[in-house]
Design a protein around this ligand. Structure first.
Ligand code: GAF
Length: 391
């Protein structure tokens, strides 16, 4: 479904729910990270692209004139009711209302009052699939509040406000990648983001001979669990031992020299991050040069490092990568790796565009035989970041 078709549908759903057409329509994309995993909170580089899967919100003023914001979701029975008259507090852990609530809190803290709204949310970003459904929801909410109030935030401030919502309301100490790409994505481009300086470089990705495939294992992950914060701590420990502000500043040589003084797990976490930052820079160069076999090799290397050193993969993700390798360049796959936080979710594959259908059939069939899972596959061109469609 194109974004136009999706927003037309959400507009109709709004009219059915609230009995009138929406005054505002906004959308924000999910993302797939091509390479640069678990590097954002180490001040490193990431290389994500926005995907053609979106959180969309349709909205109008509340007819009763009060300041409450009612958000109904086509994916959930219970609405989220946000009342700016009372201090906003997080809802119980795991509730989707935390994402819009955290974003609204950020606007209120800046003295921006949106007033009462009735909202309908529809998201096509798979939930819990490592494709940033939560960042899409945060950025979509922020874009709606911008549209309603006419106050446009600077893109960096907007992304950071959304990241803060995720930290303080959803309890997930994420880095900056997901919110930045949902705000700043550009059609036909990847975003090379320096997570220290926050400088962004658009990397063109418009060669019609290649395609990005996203393989969803449908294995759900829970990143607010202990694993993600534990990885962050291990990285901080490694940086401290190496005497650098962040692992971005460490070299592979320095890590080898310090090996005797570092716990093996912490050593391997650092080895992943240091190697992954280098791979990300090389991959961006490879993409600019259209050197697809090199980019593919870097993607496989990233996966092995996430599997063996960072230990955030799982059997199903490993199976997808093994299947991709067995198909190989001859069969049209340049590279494949797990993407996102890990422990389930999706793999991203770089493939020859003219064999997408064959590859899709083969991966789905082999996955079923190897792991018993019913995976889902779709391809996406790099999409634009958040937009106001109406209003
Ligand atoms: C999750 C986080 F939200 C990101 O900030 C990033 O750390 C990613 O995991 C791993 O690269 O998506």
């Amino acid at each position: 479904m194109t974004l136009q078709e999706l927003t037309a549908r959400v507009s109709q759903e709004f009219a059915k729910t609230y009995g009138r057409p929406p005054r505002w329509l906004v959308a924000a994309p999910g993302r797939v990270n091509v390479i640069g995993e678990h590097t954002d909170y180490n001040d490193g580089f990431v290389l994500p692209m926005a995907i053609e899967r979106f959180a969309v919100m349709a909205a109008d003023r509340s007819p009763d004139g009060n300041d409450k914001i009612w958000i109904r979701s086509v994916q959930s029975q219970a609405p989220a009711v946000l009342d700016p008259a009372k201090p906003l507090k997080p809802f119980p852990k795991g509730e989707w209302a935390n994402y819009p609530a955290g974003v609204l809190a950020g606007f209120l803290a800046r003295g921006i009052q949106p007033g009462g709204l009735e909202v309908l949310l529809h998201s096509t970003v798979p939930l819990g699939g490592g494709l940033s459904s939560s960042a899409a929801l945060e950025v979509c909410t922020a874009t709606l509040l911008e549209a309603v109030t006419g106050k446009n935030l600077d893109p960096v401030e907007k992304a950071l406000l959304c990241q803060k919502a995720e930290h303080e309301f959803a309890g997930m100490p994420c880095g900056i990648m997901d919110q930045f790409i949902s705000v700043m994505g550009r059609e036909n481009h990847l975003l090379l983001l320096d997570c220290r300086s926050r400088q962004t470089d658009l990397v063109p990705m418009n060669d019609p001979s290649v395609a990005i495939l996203i393989v969803n294992t449908n294995v759900k992950h829970e990143l607010t669990g202990s694993e993600y914060p534990a990885r962050r701590k291990q990285c901080e420990t490694a940086a401290k031992i190496l005497g650098v502000p962040a692992l971005r500043d460490a070299t592979a040589d320095a890590l080898e020299r310090a090996k005797g003084n570092i716990d093996d797990v912490v050593y391997r976490r650092a080895r992943h991050v240091i190697g992954e930052i280098e791979r990300t820079i090389h991959a961006a160069e490879g993409i600019r040069a259209g050197n697809w076999p090199t980019v593919g090799q870097l993607m496989y290397a990233s996966h092995y490092s996430l599997r063996d050193d960072y230990e955030v993969s799982c059997a199903e993700l490993d199976a997808v990568v093994e299947i991709a390798e067995s198909i190989g360049i001859k069969g049209g796959i340049y590279g494949c790796r797990m993407t996102g936080g890990g422990f389930g979710g999706c793999c991203v594959a770089l493939v020859r565009a003219n064999v997408v259908e064959n590859i899709t059939r083969k991966i789905l069939a082999d996955c079923k035989v190897k792991t018993g899972i019913d995976a889902a596959i779709f391809s996406s061109r790099p999409a634009a970041g958040a937009t106001i469609i109406k209003g």
